[in-house]
Design a protein. Structure first.
Length: 135
């Protein structure tokens, strides 16, 4: 199961951020009925611990800071990175509400991150093993 954590995830379909998120999810073959949405808040981690989602998508800086135990870098630097938490992997991505206010190609990056979340949901998360040889 994929969970999304962020602001303005419930309510009007026509909220700009929610509309962009819904459209991008549809482009990637994700239906709103098959994922769970949580607001940024103090009880979110406890709910996620009970659910044990295959991946949690942190939409923006506030969501990322509320989910990741160590001080994560801002989304501008950590977008696309997967953090390991007690309740499962957390994928950092942009807040959809910020997409139309920034000159960067955030919509494309959000779409790529949602595809990664879909792949993590299907295949699970395995930290790559890297061998470093010092010569």
């Amino acid at each position: 199961m994929i969970c999304f954590v962020g602001y303005n995830l419930t309510g009007s379909e026509w909220h700009p951020g929610l509309k962009i998120l819904t459209e991008t999810m549809q482009e990637r073959g994700l239906r709103r009925e098959t994922v769970k949405f949580f607001p940024v808040g103090s009880g979110t981690k406890a709910q996620l611990l009970q659910l044990k989602p295959s991946v949690t998508v942190a939409l923006g800086n506030a969501a990322l800071r509320s989910l990741v135990s160590d001080s994560p870098p801002p989304v501008m630097q950590s977008r696309g990175y997967v953090f390991e938490e007690d309740f499962g992997p957390v994928l950092a991505t942009v807040d959809p509400a910020d997409i139309n206010t920034n000159w960067l190609p955030w919509r494309l990056l959000l779409s790529m991150d949602l595809q990664r979340a879909k792949d993590l949901n299907k295949n699970g998360f395995k930290r790559p093993l890297r061998n470093v040889e010092v010569v």
